[in-house]
Design a protein around this ligand. Sequence first.
Ligand SMILES: [Zn+2]
Length: 545
Amino acid sequence: MKLTFLGAARTVTGSCFLLETGNTKILIDCGMFQGRAKEEAMNEQPLPVSPAEIDYVLLTHAHIDHSGRIPWLYVNGFEGEVIAQKAAVELCSLLLPDSGYIQEFETEWKNRKRMRAGLKPVVPLYTAAQAEESLELFKKVSYDEIIQLTDDIRVRFKNSGHMLGSAFVEMWIRENGKEEKIVFTGDIGNTDMPILKDPEPIEEADYVVMESTYGDRLHSEKENKAEKFLEIVLDTLDRGGNVVIPSFAVGRTQEIIYEINKTLTLPAEKVVRLLNTPVYIDSPLAISATEVYRRNLDCYDEEARWYIENGDNPLDFPNLHFSRTADESRAINQITGGCIIISASGMCEAGRIKHHLKHNLWREKSTILFVGYQAEGTLGRRLLDGAKKVNIFGEEISVNARIESIDGYSGHADYVGLINWLKNFRKMPKGIFLVHGEEKALFSLSDRIQEEFDIEPIIPLRDESFVIEANQEISRSFERETTGRFRYLPVISLLEDVKEGIGDMAAMLMEEMIQGVDDRRLEDITRKLKLLQKDMVSVLSADKK
Ligand SMILES: [Zn+2]
């Protein structure tokens, strides 16, 4: 078999792996690249095989960075089956049309700008209607069921504890009379998470393609996350402020609703104030996703089932309000204190959360509480890093609110969790491929795996292929040369790095400024920057001569 890494290679988004045997072509995930302009452009880059030739997509879970390009695949001729656990399919039926709607909206906005500049309009990656159509290709399966894909390929989905319906994909592939087993982890969940079962152990595999998001980090607050949550919330309410929680609409929001419901069962004096506190879920997508969660009780862990068996719906409590319409959302903006607002997007890049930040960031009494990963370059990350002012809807907003973060709710295992999961193998796999991590995390996890198991993982590059045959060394090669307009991407990426570097320098200078003025240093920096500025002008002009 041949395995090609088309995404999530030395980065965290765009999960997509192509597995080819003699007569079958299978994609494991077909996710969207997310982040800066370069990542956006990467989504349109053609695959090394035509979508029409692909027989199956095996989907590990519904998150857009794993599923987001399935409608694009469909628009470009894919007619095969998309196989996923049933809750994952239900969540995709919300997330993919929503993603199509966002594509349309952003394209429309871009095109208005392009038209003013006399440029040709562009089309969205796919529309909400196309995403809706692509759902026809989805097939629901259950955990632990063996699925015979072809005469030579069997597949099984195992609960990976990352989100509702998330799975490890186990594949048994027979070639030349010999069977090999390969496991794709998708995202590996954290243990002791609200609602979700812990990731299942897998005891056997010849090869593992494994995620590494937190390959260099520990979730220090895992054990006491609920107490910290309660303390931050009560303290803010005491001061008369609002608690604003930016949260992914699907997954984290339901986990936080569950956590608040659980808190309400604590001894009365602690929660009496919380009992009268309105909690607003301000995201239409989160509301629909909560319904999917309420329907898929069989995926819950024992604790969540205990609540249900004792007559308590763990995703509901008396003061929980859902706001669907824009008017309902705006009404929340008028509340100056005493409520909890949970809204998307989780990294504050888009959606209604930006309005709530605009209305609460400048208020000293309010708290912004992060419960999820904040990627580099996002508004959420800037706030966490201590920005004093941020720009929202073209307006400069002072950051006076308390900024807090609890890392224990992460949907991803930390490095101890990842190593512990590997310890379930009775015999170490012959090959471990590390994906879905920023470089620091990948290399750090690789070192730890070598130390612990004496096996050197492979860290594939994007577009790198590996031919895996029984009893033979793995051979590696590059299949796809970056061609045409896509050769611009690495250059644009470089430019974006420079831009980020300059942003960092500005922040550092602001810090220095507070400490006092050093005239010589100031002169020196000014001189160097002027030279840099001159050089920058020449970058784009030089070659045009
Ligand atoms: Zn995920």
